[in-house]
Design a protein around this ligand. Structure first.
Ligand SMILES: [Zn+2]
Ligand SMILES: [Zn+2]
Length: 167
């Protein structure tokens, strides 16, 4: 399977390894891996990769139900920027929810935190990238998908025989 993040690599060569080993080296890699985790319904990884302060407002089950409601179609990274103590990634993505195609445009903020087991020694190698929060710039309906048209996920099947079935 192609990596959902749109890198043109396979999932194994790209985000799967980052998800399994929690080894994102940059904020953008973490952003991509979180996108792929949404696309593959990996709520635990999404929860774990939130900054600890943001985890308090999250639950694995809520993340799971949100990830399931949406079919994520494609990701475009617009801009990654690094600042002294955080980084930002601006992206836009198309997703399907029920029979509507949406476009989400967000500016996400990322910080580095020590791994949970490594709290004593905060050496640089043991810092992990985490998602702090995001500012939604726009989240709008692009159009409604008709049952008989080709599915926007590029499967080549009709919408009613493809993503419309996923609930
Ligand atoms: Zn990827
Ligand atoms: Zn589809």
């Amino acid at each position: 399977m192609q990596c959902p993040c749109g890198s043109k690599l396979t999932f194994e060569q790209c985000c799967q390894t980052i998800i399994n080993n929690k080894t994102a080296k940059t904020a953008e890699q973490l952003m991509r891996s979180r996108y792929s985790a949404y696309a593959t319904n990996n709520a635990q990884y999404l929860y774990d990769s939130y900054a600890s302060i943001s985890q308090q407002e999250q639950s694995v089950s809520e993340i799971k139900s949100w990830a399931k409601q949406c079919q994520w179609l494609e990701l475009s990274i617009i801009k990654s920027s690094d600042y002294d103590d955080y980084s930002t990634v601006e992206f836009s993505t198309n997703y399907l929810q029920k029979d509507k195609l949406y476009q989400l445009h967000e500016l996400s903020k990322f910080i580095q935190e020590p791994e949970p087991e490594q709290n004593q020694e905060q050496t640089l190698e043991h810092l992990q990238w985490r998602y702090l929060d995001g500012k939604i710039i726009a989240n709008k309906v692009i159009r409604k998908i008709k049952a008989n048209e080709l599915c926007p996920c590029n499967s080549g099947k009709k919408f009613k025989k493809c993503c419309k079935k996923i609930k």
